[in-house]
Design a protein around this ligand. Structure first.
Ligand code: 3NM
Length: 219
């Protein structure tokens, strides 16, 4: 298997849904299925926060969500947990700045997709040099889904990265909804990643469809 091509990565980032059990108001399996029905292009398993599953339960939960994604052709990315990603042969890993060094993770995962969170130009440059396939830039808007999130930077941070030569695929994250997604795309993002806009919506299916529509209208 070769590394994912840049153009394919950009297409996959368009509507990137991130979720763990604590983010869902109803069955996570239903939420994920509705999100896929609605048109998400990529999924990240992020089992974090108070009440999150650990150990064997986390592993089994990951396997069940991965099976749903596999059946529908949606790549399955694991947040932070490189060992879990390798154990279940996930399609990729997403790491933050406080996790293991991106170069070390790239060594461990071979050609699997590597995403890295970046908050400024220096972090974006370092992630690209370390072999990231994409960077997640945020928080763009205030978020309630990440306890230790930094201050919101607005879509201008994505524009700043593009203006300074960052050309690897970028996905915006943090407080993104169907109402503000076009600003993120217009700033130079290839896509948007969301937790609550889909996971906490009364209808994850309708919420996803609205996001997909907005993103496609702003390509
Ligand atoms: N990472 P919501 S913000 C997981 O800034 C995550 O790196 C962020 O959730 C970052 O779509 C965030 O509900 C939470 O705001 C995104």
């Amino acid at each position: 298997m070769a590394r994912i091509a840049r153009e394919e990565m950009k297409q996959r980032l368009k509507v990137y849904f991130i979720m763990g059990s604590v983010n869902c108001k109803k069955s996570p399996f239903e939420v994920l299925t509705e999100a896929i029905d609605g048109g998400i292009t990529l999924f990240q398993f992020r089992e974090k926060g108070s009440g999150a599953l650990v150990g064997e339960q986390k592993y089994e939960f990951a396997k069940q969500l991965q099976a749903i994604c596999q059946k529908r052709g949606i790549p399955f990315i694991v947040n932070d947990d490189v060992e879990l990603a390798l154990a279940i042969d996930a399609d990729g890993v997403h790491i933050g700045q406080d996790d293991e060094d991106a170069r070390v993770v790239r060594e461990k995962i071979g050609d699997k997709i590597l995403g890295v969170s970046a908050h400024n130009l220096a972090e974006a440059q370092a992630a690209a040099a370390a072999g990231a396939d994409y960077i997640g830039v945020g928080p763009i808007y205030p978020t309630k889904s990440k306890a230790d999130a930094k201050q919101a930077q607005g879509p201008g941070m994505i524009r700043l990265l593009r203006d300074n030569g960052i050309d690897i695929p970028i996905v915006g994250i943090g407080g993104i909804t169907a109402e503000n997604a076009s600003e993120v795309m217009n700033a130079g993002a290839d896509g948007v990643s969301v937790i609550s806009a889909i996971a906490s919506a009364p209808s994850p299916l309708l919420a996803t469809k609205q996001l997909v529509q907005t993103v496609l209208n702003n390509e």
